[in-house]
Write a protein that binds this ligand. Structure first.
Ligand SMILES: C[S@@+](CC[C@H](N)C(=O)[O-])C[C@H]1O[C@@H](n2cnc3c(N)ncnc32)[C@H](O)[C@@H]1O
Length: 286
């Protein structure tokens, strides 16, 4: 099949709305760039079967990122497979906010942007490793519960060669060394409710790991537990300055109750994502 025929074939099966997916899968199958699809459209694809199989799996709903084994996040290519969530672009805002926190601190205090960061529920390592790369004077510990997902994170860590980051297999912060006090905690924990706040596409449910998606009855069990661990360890009294996390559609009231219950004397901000949906909490510990 020629490249131009493959473009037509892909669009015929997936529909014109999926032309970007067709281009990405074609570029992957033919080992060319997306630009070359249009400059080498008369060339042969070589592996017709692979391309047809990718299009077929995409038609059934498998995310493109799993099909090609990578997803770009914060300008970095992360290896991904079915053991981890595909990082979402909106989550990049957590990275932006933490960088801004260290920029401001740097202006106030002068010197390096040093600090200790915990990324809880790291998945592929998207948030934690982006921070480690952008803030080379910070040390980042990335926690996740499963060996499988930790293997994905470690693969990315090897690839990125970040000496200031590490992966810890842990139930939230249970395995964190008590002497290591984070200045910043970031968390994009599973927040889809099994009963309440269960807004999730069938494709997501079918392909992405449920361990990364569901957080108990109302989706907020993991945040309840994390806040409990933070208080038990008295991080707020020992140097914690910022907690930043992501939550789901319609959970604003419940997350605000949780924050006020756990960190009543601190101030917090709710930040919307780019579609205007309240998505992030930022707690400034006092
Ligand atoms: C929504 S995903 C987010 C992954 C990544 N931070 C991102 O933004 O792409 C949540 C992650 O939390 C992890 N997780 C679930 N329960 C956990 C627990 N009890 N302790 C640590 N990690 C947990 C899952 O394995 C998954 O990788």
């Amino acid at each position: 099949m020629k490249i131009s025929e493959a473009v037509k074939y892909g669009k015929q099966i997936l529909g014109n709305d999926y032309s970007l997916d067709v281009e990405v899968l074609l570029a992957f199958a033919a080992k060319i760039s997306r630009e070359q699809i249009y400059t080498q459209d008369d060339a042969d694809l070589l592996d017709d079967e692979l391309f047809k199989q990718l299009i077929d799996e995409r038609r059934k709903g498998k995310p493109v990122a799993y099909l090609i084994g990578k997803k770009e996040f914060y300008g970095i290519d992360f290896f991904v497979d079915e053991r981890c969530l595909v990082p979402r672009p909106e989550t990049e805002m957590i990275v932006d906010e933490v960088i801004e926190y260290f920029n401001e601190k740097n202006i106030e205090e002068g010197g390096f942007k040093e600090g200790l960061i915990f990324d809880v529920g790291t998945g592929s390592g998207a948030i934690g490793f982006s921070l480690a790369k952008m803030l080379p004077d910070c040390r980042v510990f990335c926690f996740d519960i499963g060996d499988g997902v930790a293997a994905v994170a470690n693969k990315n860590l090897d690839e990125l060669q970040l000496e200031n980051a590490s992966v810890v297999v842990s139930d939230l912060l249970a395995a964190a060394d008590d002497d290591i006090i984070p200045e910043v905690i970031v968390a994009n924990l599973p927040y889809i409710g099994l009963e309440k706040y269960n807004f999730v596409d069938d494709d997501v449910k079918a392909y992405e790991p449920h361990l990364a998606l569901f957080g108990g009855f109302d989706g907020l069990d993991l945040y309840r537990k994390l806040f409990g661990q933070i208080l038990e360890r008295d991080y707020p009294g020992r140097g914690l300055k910022l907690i930043m996390g992501e939550f789901g559609f319609a959970q604003l009231e419940e997350i605000v109750n949780l924050i006020e219950g756990a960190f009543g004397s601190s101030s917090y901000k709710i930040i919307p994502d780019l579609s205007g949906i309240d998505r992030f909490f930022k707690i400034l510990i006092k």
